[in-house]
Design a protein around this ligand. Sequence first.
Ligand code: CAA
Length: 286
Amino acid sequence: MDPVTRLGVVGCGLMGSGIAEVAARRGLDVRVAEATPDALEAGRRRLVSSLDRGVRRGKLSEEQRERALAGLSFTHDLSDLADRQFVIEAVAENRDIKTEVLRTLDKAVEDPAAVLATNTSSIPVVDLAVVTERPGRVIGMHFFNPVPVQQLVELVPTLLTGADTVQRTRDLADQLGKRAIEAPDRSGFVVNALLVPYLLSAVRMVESGSARPEDIDRGMELGCAHPMGPLRLLDLIGLDTAQAVAESMYEEFKEPLYAPPTLLRRMVAAGHLGRKSGRGFHTYDA
Ligand code: CAA
């Protein structure tokens, strides 16, 4: 099959803008959809400033930046994705929102062979597939934050995903310069199933007063050579996203190790969402 040339990305938050950036840098025609003009403008700004940062750091030339920008278009109407060959949704980690997006995309994207992929971190992919008329063409394609840096993509076929869809998604991952692993359609897939209990354990350590955030982070950075400690990583992921992921995993397995600790819930309620709000377990400049 011909490589994907026309990609759609729904959602231009941290993940969506990263996916769109990587694809545009690889020469794809990328159309990005967001729900509102304000969200779209914020996403566009995030993406452009990431490209600018790439130029400043010598990762791409001015010309490559211009070419990537020329390949990007933005819309707040999902029907503008009608001609896409492959669409990745990366909207908020919320089952109702994702269900609605998949249902609308299924109607909007004209080619019945086009693949609809979800970047969900923890919602069972089959639950999203069955709301469409093309469950064999729905798959999980889970990227990691920051998308331009992390090499991994988890491919998550459901019981209904066709083998050709898995291959098409693997080929797209290659086109984007990512390395793929296949992961089971169970909440958390492979990576979050291991990562989330560890992150939540760090929150419980803070909650119980047994260690300070800076010591926990330094411990894992210097003791285990992790690029960042668990609380800094939670701040990067976003505490609201981490809570949503933990809730999905808890709902699926009912294991206490996945239950979001009270401190995490309270921080989310207070708007301490991590880097994106300027404050989480650590504080950040605007
Ligand atoms: N976009 C593009 N490039 C970026 C970037 C971004 N947002 N952030 C960092 N980089 C690049 C920098 O340009 C730099 O590249 P060079 O070394 O080639 O110059 C490199 O990454 C390192 O960046 P910094 O020197 O600024 O900072 P750092 O060394 O502290 O690295 C980090 C930052 C890449 C985030 C690193 O700390 C890291 O890899 N942390 C772990 C992140 C992680 O575990 N992510 C997975 C989260 S889980 C998830 O996403 C799944 C989920 O469902 C919740």
